[in-house]
Ligand binder design. Sequence first.
Ligand code: MN
Ligand code: MN
Length: 317
Amino acid sequence: MITRFDKLAIDLPHPRHTSPNDASAVQELIGGKFGEMSTWMNYSFQSFNFRGRAALRPFYDLVASIAAEEFGHVELVSYTVNLLLTGTSERNPDPTTTPLSATTNSRISYYYLATGQQTLPIDSQGTPWTGANVFSSGNLRLDMLHNFFLECGARANKIRVYETVDDPTARACVGYLLVRGGVHIVAYAKALEKLTGIEVGKLLPIPDISNDRFPEAAEHESRGLHQVLFQFSTEDYTRINEIWNGRHPSDNSELRVQEGMPEGFPPPDLEPEPQLTAPIGPDLDPSVDPDMFDDVAKRLFGREALDLRERMKARKK
Ligand code: MN
Ligand code: MN
């Protein structure tokens, strides 16, 4: 089971220049073949499917704890895309002015036609993410080899998105993910080393560009974030320390396991987009006309809902 915290892994800055096509480049990191949906679902299903757990507990703990971290990565990239989309159509509630006309050149039209300028589990071309991206062979060495490859492919995509988009929101997100993805590459390399005796770490980094060349990643590494694997639990998955130990292959620093999860920061509030009635249309804005809002709520939810609201208001006082 999962406990959820209303926090993001980093303090995500607001964009300097919003852009739907920048958002769609970042979108590859959510629903692309090598995106966060894929890492999250691959490790989740591999953990649900794990056979022989008693004998191989450290490997089970590894894949289960990283799965939990990947959920938060999907969330972080989603906020990045949503911030890059905020304000990209005209905030004019009059439909006759064609407030969405500026969006017809957006690579992904779902942002305006299917959502309220928000993300979906799709890739940079708008193709839905699919469970066909999940590999769970049941063979531990094969699954670890796949995961190592998946993280290396994910790293290549992150670097290319960084090279595509210069907005500070995107770069803060990608910089953080490069560091955490680097941790996962090394973790799966170490798992393969324990299983086979082969020094997989000697292959790294793949692709062979160090994180030092990405200032937003280097900043996290200067504080040692690349040395830490999170348990993502206070009680469970403790045996990841039997895999995550020794030295980091890039700077020879000492690796350590941290109980729980990263500290986290409040997620940014996403501004309303009234032309898309997201979250409600201008004619339902409660700050404009509270009586009208109550009237609509009564029609939608019945008298009981309004009574409950009144009781809750009274309790607050
Ligand atoms: Mn990730
Ligand atoms: Mn990862």
